[in-house]
Design a protein around this ligand. Structure first.
Ligand code: C5P
Length: 402
């Protein structure tokens, strides 16, 4: 279950830190990739060198370490993580996490990540019982979606007996695998997604294209795959890594993309057209490089209309999937998006305002969703977070339609 999962293990200053070494061994045995982040107090209990040897990666300890920031900066680490597991989590760290402080590397990373955060509290039983600690924990779990691996009862290092001992490494490991297992609720769903720009050849060395980065489509593919869906990703001219457990098909032209899309859409439950397909292609692609001529300052290219891929998928007479489109608009967002919803026969359209030119290539986006019956705004967020919310919305509408 944890195979190839990227896990940040955060260690804060408690005696239970020695047990985290065993947790990391279990994670490594399960083929997870582990990067350890320690608070300064944690270093009083276990050494970075030990954790480096166990995790197989350099250990990050300081927010202001120029060397570490050069290697993998804190924001990069926050984005890298599929899961952030803080074990042990002290009362102090829990309090700081609750109020959103960013006064060390680990707390800053928690603020910056969109991955689920798990905490394994460990502290003296009286500190654990204390109402402020309980309030902090309740807020984190109920309001902020943090997952808490409950501490156990028993004899404590300080001599007290009561609840506050960190859960055993095996228990934490099981909690994480169970989480991944139950998060796989879309195993019976097949999704096909187009992403990125098409490239329309002019001659063997030149082409017409656009500024789409493909990031949104790739983020949606990742979000579906993380929930166990079978994902086909038809990529245009995109230089992005393929997300885990996603089947990628590289295409360049709209014609090639359409061919693959029609083939895969008919085997899919859901089709999402995220690609920025060129509206036109060059009528006759030159077989040799076109040469500059001296007799004229102008040259003319004749363009012909490309097929509308998503519209053709949405008008399939047989095996039509649930179809989701995108609309990047610079004006009259609602009017144009709704008319595309009708004209292209879509089930849902996700509109975004690109008038300020900040969506293409950006890591953030916000969307206005329109279906036949409803509309909803998904506020500005990291594309990865937004993709997770969007998957929920798509699944809700898809299930309503069944
Ligand atoms: O018409 P417009 O390009 O604004 O429509 C955007 C939506 O249509 C997106 O979902 C895009 O992927 C899809 N599209 C397509 N084939 C085209 C043009 C757009 O699939 N030729």
């Amino acid at each position: 279950m944890l195979n190839a999962k990227k896990i940040v293990v955060g260690i804060t200053g408690g005696i239970a830190a020695y047990k985290t070494i065993l947790l990391i061994r279990l994670l490594k045995k399960a083929n997870a990739e582990v990067r350890v982040v320690m608070t300064p107090a944690a270093e009083a209990f276990v050494t970075p060198l030990t954790l480096q040897a166990i995790s197989g990666n350099a250990v990050a300890t300081s927010l202001l370490d120029p060397q570490a920031e050069l290697a993998m900066g804190h924001i990069e680490l926050a984005k890298w993580a599929d899961m952030v597991v803080i074990a042990p989590a002290t009362a102090d760290f829990i309090a700081r996490l609750r109020v959103g402080m960013g006064n060390d590397l680990l707390s800053t990373l928690c603020l910056a990540t969109s991955a689920p955060i798990f905490i394994a509290p460990a502290m003296n039983q009286q500190m654990y019982k204390r109402s402020i600690t309980q309030q902090n924990l309740q807020n984190l779990v109920n309001e902020q979606g943090v997952l808490c691996i409950e501490p156990e009862s028993g004899e404590q290092a300080c001599g007290d007996t009561g609840v506050g001992r960190m859960a055993e490494p095996e228990t934490i490991f099981e909690f994480l695998t169970d989480y991944v297992k139950t998060a796989q609720d879309l195993q019976n769903i097949t999704v096909t997604i187009t992403a990125g720009p098409t490239q329309e050849a002019i001659d063997p060395v030149r082409y017409i294209s656009n500024h789409s980065s493909g990031k949104m489509g790739f983020a949606i593919a990742k979000a579906f795959a993380e929930r166990g869906a079978k994902v086909n990703l038809i990529a245009g001219a995109v230089k992005l890594d393929t997300p885990q457990n996603v089947k990628r098909f590289d295409t360049l032209s709209a014609i090639a993309m359409e061919q693959k899309a029609l083939e895969l859409a008919q085997q899919s439950d859901i089709f999402i057209g995220c690609a920025a397909v060129a509206d036109y292609r060059v009528k006759e692609v030159a077989t040799q490089k076109i040469k500059k001529t001296d007799d004229s300052d102008e040259m003319t290219l004749t363009l012909v209309k490309n097929p509308d891929i998503i519209s053709n998928v949405a008008h399939l007479a047989q095996n039509r999937p649930f179809v989701v489109g995108f609309a990047a608009e610079t004006q009259d967002l609602q009017k144009y998006a709704k008319s595309k919803l009708q004209r292209k026969n879509l089930d849902l359209i996700c509109a975004n305002d690109v008038s300020n030119g900040q969506v293409f290539n950006s890591d953030q986006n916000c969307l206005h969703l329109f279906s036949q019956k409803s509309d909803k705004i998904l506020p500005l967020a990291d594309k990865s977070k937004l993709a997770q919310t969007l998957v929920n919305e798509i699944i809700k509408l898809y299930k309503e339609k069944q």
